[in-house]
Write a protein that binds this ligand. Structure first.
Ligand SMILES: Nc1ncnc2c1ncn2[C@@H]1O[C@H](COP(=O)(O)OP(=O)(O)OP(=O)(O)O)[C@@H](O)[C@H]1O
Length: 279
């Protein structure tokens, strides 16, 4: 089966000469259609850079990235991104925020009545899917962080993207809200059949969500190990306490520590926290 996303020997160097930073070296990975793949790794190993390259926001300096067999040349409607910071338009209501990306793409003048009707139907369906119907007319500053991120996800889904690229989307949320968001994004993934590439600092989150966890290592950023997650496709919170989950979590944490040159758990926590603060 052809890959949805094919990353082939991708390299990325920022700057040149003495100031050059090799952010990625020879990264290759195939992501299948409708796969949910998560990326973890020490701070600075190139996770965000790789995601931005797939999103077309950054240009790679070596190799090739194909989506549906076509090389990417920049951002496209087939790929949507969700970041840690919600980036909603404060002057638009929840519903308007969700419809906004579509309006931007087509231009208001060229929209027919049928387009507007279809967009409204899609927006209503996404509001319901994300549990936001009651908040449809609220302003972003009236919403909790979790609700704002649901709006951002709904907005990303509005144009029916084939690929959803998520960079630490739940990094700023409290632990309880994150759990709710985890089950919600798994539900979205099942329903919308999107391919999801998800970057996180949280190994537990990476295992709970991913069919595969890709561990990257720094200096230069590269893929170190790819783990198949030995859990059923339908995830339940209780699975986090199973021996296979805990074994994998321990193995990944140990490998992050080894690849990042951190000696103690405290070193690692410090670095992960620094990464989270910098993100
Ligand atoms: N615009 C840029 N200019 C120069 N160097 C950059 C730029 N963006 C990223 N880098 C460097 O590239 C490397 C990879 O950064 P990147 O943000 O992709 O890593 P990351 O794994 O996502 O890190 P974190 O977990 O801290 O978010 C780092 O050394 C970083 O300093």
């Amino acid at each position: 089966m052809p890959s949805k996303i094919s990353i082939q020997h991708v390299g990325k160097v920022f700057g040149d000469g003495r100031h050059a930073v090799e952010a990625l070296r020879d990264v290759s990975l195939d992501v299948a259609d409708n796969e949910f793949v998560t990326f973890v790794g020490a701070s600075g190993c190139g996770k965000s850079t790789l995601l931005r390259i797939i999103g077309g926001l950054e240009h790679h300096t070596a190799g090739e990235v194909l989506v549906d067999g076509r090389p990417i040349r920049g951002p496209g409607a087939d790929r949507a991104m969700v970041f840690q910071h919600y980036s909603l338009y404060p002057w638009l209501s929840v519903t308007e925020n969700i419809k906004f990306s579509r309006r931007l793409r087509h231009g208001r003048e060229s929209l027919t009545e049928a387009d507007v009707e279809a967009a409204s139907g899609r927006a209503d369906a996404l509001l319901a899917l994300m549990g936001l119907t009651a908040a449809a007319h609220a302003w972003p500053n009236q919403l909790s962080g979790g609700m704002q991120q649901r709006v951002a996800i709904a907005r990303a889904l509005m144009g029916r993207p084939q690929v959803l690229l998520m960079d630490e989307p739940f990094g700023a949320l409290d632990a309880q809200t994150r759990e709710v968001m985890h089950d919600l994004i798994l539900h979205v993934h099942r329903l919308e059949k999107t391919t999801i590439v998800f970057v996180t600092h949280d190994v537990e989150e990476a295992i709970y969500l991913g069919g595969r966890v890709v561990l990257m290592a720094p200096r230069p950023g590269r893929i170190d190990t790819i783990y198949d997650v030995p859990l059923p496709a339908e995830r339940e919170q209780d699975m986090k306490h199973t021996p296979e989950f805990l074994r994998l979590k321990k193995a990944i944490l140990a490998r992050i520590r080894e690849t990042s040159g951190m000696k103690t758990d405290q070193d690692m926590l410090d670095q992960l926290n620094r990464g989270q603060a910098a993100a």
